[in-house]
Design a protein around this ligand. Sequence first.
Ligand SMILES: [Zn+2]
Length: 127
Amino acid sequence: MKDLSRPEDRVLLSARAAVVRDLQACGVADAGSVSIVESAVADRRWWLEEWPEGAPYLAGQIAQDVQDALLPAIGRWPLCPLHEDDAAPHELRISPDLGSDPRWSCEEYEVSLAPLGALEGWVSPVH
Ligand SMILES: [Zn+2]
């Protein structure tokens, strides 16, 4: 059994949980998207080991990795709820790009909606 008490494992697990929670909030947490999260988390392990001081930024980095990886699979995620009826809907972006306390933001209105992991209530779980 893996030792999950190591600090980097706790950071990776909490980042994974936050991203999966937001996938669930959007109704897209299926086996395929969760496995994309798993591989993003696995790919970021080296990054964290190389740069332990980056731990506060890890969740935001993983969320952006997952966004990129989901694009060809299911398209833009998470869709901006402020602009979902627009002709050209866009996705929420993690802000800041590299920072602690990552939040989902609408770049068009320059507003921050919800912290990463707390999208529920902001988005509708229907696509
Ligand atoms: Zn927007």
